[in-house]
Structure formats: C-alpha cells, structure tokens
Design a protein around this ligand. Structure first.
Ligand SMILES: [Zn+2]
Ligand SMILES: [Zn+2]
Length: 191
C-alpha cells in the first residue's frame, strides 16, 4: 500500500492540500480510520486513535476505567456507557468517504475482549454484507496468562494420573528389574 502513493490519496478530495488534511490513519496501527471498528475516537488530550486500538489498550490495562494516551500519557476517564461512547473525531470523520459518515453502533465487552456491531444503520444497507460483526481485541490483563498455565498444569496432572501412564511406568520398572537381574547373573557367572 505504501509503495503506491496514488492509493493513499483521497479520491473524494483530489484538490485538498495535503498539509491541511488531518491524519486519516491511526497512529498506533496505521489503519485507515473508518466508521466501524476503526472509528476515530478523540481523547481529552485531543489525540485521536481508532476504537480498536483503544479497546486493545483498555483490555490490557490495569486501570479499566481510564485510558492513558500513548502519545502524551494524559489520562481520559471512560464514559459510563463504555468505551465506544468516547467522542468521535468529527474532523477526521468529515474527511472519510460519504458512505462512512454514519458511525456504526458498537458494543464493547471487556471481559470477553470483544467489539461487536450492535446494529447496522439503515443508511448503509449496501455495506451490511461486507462488514465483520465482531472483533477480538485480546483478553483482560492477568487472566489470559494465568489461565493458560493453570490449564497446562492440569493437563500434565491428568497425563500422570492416566492408567496408560501408570502401565508405562510399571512396564519400565519391570524391564529395568529384568535387566538388573541379567547383569547380576552375568557378573556372578563362574568363569
Ligand atoms: Zn488503531
Ligand atoms: Zn494525548
């Protein structure tokens, strides 16, 4: 994409001065902003990132009720109704294609680490078949790692306790005993 400069130019505003254009890409993931999971959301420090990146940050954060700006480290408290209710960056939105002017209603489930399209606006029926309905943004901090290691441990215990494993250990012990007896007999064999 970067190798083709024509691709990056906004086809809807061919004469717009590049210097006056707001950044139409998220500074974290370099994705083009859109009206679904990459909706431009503005923090209190006036820095704009896409909804998906903010959701990923929030899921990993130890302070789930605030967001820390990755650029200036300022804190923005999350709205009571959740992360997707953060203010949209209307300047960035106004530069998006006409079909993307209506922002989708998104639900954020932090414990499941999921962003989900709540309902598709009637103004964009043509887009309905092309959009993903949900997006995984990772597991909440601390829970994922511990869960997997605990799972691995329980798998190991199950293997050790399985009858197949017991049979294998008994077979090994029996074979070792036989080998030991043979060795003793050979050593004590009168020459
Ligand atoms: Zn992003
Ligand atoms: Zn900031």
């Amino acid at each position: 994409m970067e190798s083709d400069p024509n691709h990056l130019r906004d086809p809807y505003k061919p004469d717009a001065d590049e210097a006056e254009l707001p950044d139409l890409e998220c500074a974290i993931c370099f994705c083009q902003f859109n009206n679904i999971f990459n909706t431009p959301k503005v923090l209190e420090c006036k820095h704009t990132f896409c909804l998906e990146c903010l959701a990923r940050m929030n899921v990993k954060s130890v302070q789930p009720n605030t967001l820390q700006c990755p650029l200036c480290r300022a804190y923005t408290p999350l709205p009571d109704l959740g992360l997707p209710k953060l203010a949209n960056d209307s300047t960035v939105l106004s530069y998006l294609p006409a079909a993307m002017q209506h922002v989708y209603s998104i639900r954020f489930n932090r414990t499941k680490g999921k962003l989900q399209v709540k309902r598709v606006p009637s103004s964009a029926p043509a887009l309905t078949h092309t959009i993903r309905q949900s997006l995984d943004v990772g597991n909440p901090a601390g829970e994922g790692g511990e869960g997997s290691s605990a799972r691995e441990r329980s798998v190991l215990i199950t293997i050790l306790r399985s009858p197949l494993c017991k049979a294998f250990i008994m077979c090994t012990v029996a074979i070792m005993t036989i080998i030991l007896i043979i060795v003793i007999l050979v050593m004590h064999k009168p020459s």
